[in-house]
Write a protein that binds this ligand. Sequence first.
Ligand code: SF4
Length: 470
Amino acid sequence: MTMVTQMQLAADGKVSEEMEIVAQKENFDSKKLRREIAAGRIIIPANKVHLKKGLVPIGIGKGLSTKINANIGASRVRACIDEELEKVRICMKYGADTAMDLSTGGNLDEIRSAIIGEATIPIGTVPVYQVVEEKGTIDDLTADDFLQVIEKQARQGVDYMTIHAGILLKHLPLTKGRITGVVSRGGSIMQRWMSVHKTQNPLYSVYGQILDIFADYDVTVSLGDSLRPGCVHDATDRAQIAELKTLGELTKKTWKKGVQVMVEGPGHIPMHEIRLNVDLQKKYCHGAPFYVLGPLVTDISPGYDHISSAIGAAMAGYYGADYLCYVTPKEHLGLPDADDVREGIIAYKIAAHAADIAKGIKGARERDDELSRARYAMDWERQFALSLDPERAKEYRTKDLSAGADFCSMCGPDFCSMRLDQKTRGLETYNERRVGEKRAHKYAKAENDGSFMEVDELFSKKSEKGNGKK
Ligand code: SF4
């Protein structure tokens, strides 16, 4: 099978249907998009097989909105297809742009096939996991074992695969002074194999053959950063940068074959080194899209790593990273469940959007301004609709008060600064029109007593009372 990739089409001067869709979604000129794809600065990870199964293409790269990825997948400890499908649905519901199936347990082919069938967003994998799981060994693996699994996953419709081809024999001694050594799963597997065989990384040796498979299906390469730092102490060290330079060489090789590629990055980076890391990736990898994993900006946040990494992700996005891989609160502690997936996605939607506002992505701030207007107008329903997680916003809002009150339980009616501001500016507040300050105050008290009432209901009761007196 010989098929034409998005990159080859772009290089031939053709704007594909997928490019048109991406251009329209991003409010981007389609001819410019084509040029950026041809130059490798934008990718559309869209396996031909998945496209036929309902994939909606997205673009990642220079000038486009920052994308986020959510990792899902079963492990040997917990492997259930239904649970993984539920996670995919949550990914789509809360706005993850892609999902990676990182399953290492259960029936891997079945889980992957179900996920691809369910997902309209691109799906990524790390094929080395299946190679090791199926063969039950690291030491006895051959290059053919890798190629077979990669071919199988491409045939299934995987849109992009992490390939740990950049970690080389010469890099291994460079990790000596690290606190956490090699923390990438794929990287630690390749390190083990090379240490046992004293031979070059097989993924590096057969990289050309991997690209032939990818070209057939238009699978995008995600060059894995096997030597990413696993703690802030190890950030931006010689091992990481040496591998990054190899990833730059592999990027050029990939482009020569007309295959799309992005480059993965750390990991754990203190805030003051984030800009440097983005600049180095862009320089050594010739402008290829940068896919950062976090990064976590501190190591002391177990249970809250989605927050410490979203801080790093927002900064990386602002400095030019194109694609942010989420981290959940379970990072370093356990397999994320559906709730953790939701928490991680929202944290990263915030990071990506914050970066887009700062980067000046066209139209990015409009939603913020709309929500702010709704907030000032006390239009709660509109605020929920514009929120990244409307259900959570509504849940918190209606915990103490009904959606109709024009203040919230944070300050209460007398200290609501926005109501006071409106009054000072001579604006008629919703409250004044409908209930009146005094009544609203009583209404809040009624809430505290546990006698929950809608504003309208309260108003009509008060009116009835008033009428009775007359
Ligand atoms: S009560 Fe305070 S927090 Fe709530 S809407 Fe008014 S100003 Fe905002």
